[in-house]
Design a binder for this molecule. Structure first.
Ligand code: CAA
Ligand code: FAD
Length: 380
């Protein structure tokens, strides 16, 4: 067993670390306050190759492995989880979904633009009445021969207003339940496609989250992904990989908060000494470190499983379940280590604590991860 990173892995990790410090850190508090992520910064992430990491090189992607991807996700998330969710959705939901299941023409038309940052993607599964219970899709796509007519509402869509291409899951045949669901590529600007107002959020406030409304949107048949009825499996298979990205995001949030807490504890004095010399604080740091390292092993194992071609349904859910719990616990402790300063924006840990919470909710709540893991263990 070899735990060492290759030279390429170290290079891409260091590039992401540098990018996070120079490009993401300077405006992170303002982006959180204003709930805005500038387009130019998305393009910069594209220029760095962060938006097409694992996609095949023939479609403009980096052709990298999942280990590289989680290293980048961790580094970006240490500083700005709003930036990293853009990277995560575009790479592991949209690009992967297209690279793995779209046909050649769809890949040429859509994937090749999504890998470079020229266009941005969104993944649209959730609805007001179909969140965890994702088979209960109410959005319909009615087959009209050479096209479908799409009607319904999606909610909570990341990159909701900034995306150009949307992978939309919809019910095409109610009788067939989850086997009557399909996935479609929908373009921004198509008649009848409306973007709802931006959600006002607790965390990842830089990331734009919107409802999407479809009123008789005409979707050409060639924009359906895969065979008729493949949409629910498409969503589930794609989400298995997506959960590795979110697990890495959670890991990064925890690691970022830990680094801030450790550094602070070495300079802040109380009772005549740096607070790290009080065992209560030193032991907190030790506990945080162990939890983060355990989470990192699960994240790396899930990424490794994917790279090896192993089944990664359980390992990705395990990683997400655990790393998100660690992100929550570690960020709360990081605020505690900072005392009153932990409660104000300029010290960053309060934002990381707010950002951590979403990792227990999106791409399947912690309860859903336990369903996936337990069903997998019990062969259900
Ligand atoms: N791979 C392939 N097929 C799968 C699968 C997988 N990992 N998981 C399930 N399926 C298939 C099953 O085999 C079954 O098909 P067949 O009957 O043909 O065999 C079908 O899907 C239905 O499966 P279940 O009976 O297990 O379905 P269920 O209703 O019990 O739900 C669930 C399963 C795991 C709870 C699922 O609904 C789920 O994952 N819910 C959470 C939804 C979610 O994660 N949403 C995230 C939205 S995207 C997002 O959040 C992005 C972001 O924030 C940034
Ligand atoms: P519900 O399903 O209503 O769950 C409520 C509670 O009940 C949760 O605690 C849940 O775990 C629990 N619960 C539900 N069913 C069970 C069960 N069977 N057993 C035990 N407990 C259960 N979705 C997208 O499609 N695309 C996106 O880009 C996207 N981005 C998002 C960004 C943000 C900021 C947010 C908040 C959400 C986003 N989502 C996105 C939606 C997200 O995936 C859902 O919120 C999530 O899957 C939970 O669904 P729900 O909100 O409807 O909660």
């Amino acid at each position: 067993m070899d735990f060492s990173l290759s030279e390429e892995h170290i290079m891409i990790r260091d590039a992401a670390r540098e990018f996070a410090q120079t490009e993401l850190l300077p405006g992170v508090i303002e982006r959180d306050e204003k709930q805005h992520f500038p387009k130019e910064l998305i393009q910069k992430m594209g220029d760095m190759g962060f938006l097409g990491m694992m996609a095949p090189t023939e479609f403009g992607g980096g052709g990298m492995d999942s280990i590289s991807y989680v290293l980048v996700m961790e580094e970006l998330s240490k500083v700005d989880a709003s930036a990293s969710v853009i990277v995560s959705v575009n790479n592991s939901l949209v690009n992967y979904g297209l690279a793995a299941y779209a046909n050649q023409a769809q890949k040429e038309k859509y994937l090749s633009k999504l890998t470079t940052g020229e266009k941005l993607g969104a993944f649209c599964l959730s609805e007001p009445e179909a969140g965890s219970d994702a088979t209960s899709q109410k959005t319909t796509a009615i087959d009209k021969g050479d096209h479908y007519i799409l009607n319904g509402t999606k909610n909570w869509i990341t990159n909701g207003s900034s995306a150009d291409y949307y992978l939309v899951i919809a019910q095409t045949d109610k009788e067939k339940k989850h086997r009557g669901i399909n996935a479609f590529i929908v373009e921004k600007g198509w008649e009848g496609f409306e973007i709802g107002p931006k959600e006002q959020k607790l965390g990842i406030r830089g990331s734009d989250t919107h409802s999407l409304i479809f009123n008789d949107v005409k979707v050409p048949k060639e924009n359906r992904i895969g065979e008729d009825g493949f949409g629910f499996k498409f969503a589930m298979k794609t989400l298995s990989g997506g959960r590795i990205g979110i697990a890495a995001q959670a890991l990064g949030i925890a690691a970022g908060a830990f680094e801030l807490a450790k550094n602070y504890s070495k300079v802040r004095k109380a009772f005549g000494t740096e607070i790290c010399n009080h065992q209560a604080i030193a032991f907190k740091l030790a506990d945080m470190d162990v939890e983060i390292e355990a989470a990192r092993h699960l994240v790396m194992k899930a990424a490794w499983d994917k790279d090896q071609g192993n089944n990664y349904d359980i390992s990705s859910s395990r990683a997400k379940l655990y790393a998100s719990k660690v992100a929550m616990a570690v960020t709360v402790e990081a605020v505690q280590v900072h005392g009153g300063n932990g409660f104000v924006k300029e010290y960053h840990v309060e934002r990381l604590m707010r950002d951590a919470k979403i990792t227990q909710i999106y791409e399947g709540t912690s309860e859903i991860q336990k369903i996936v893991i337990s069903r997998g263990l019990l062969d259900k």
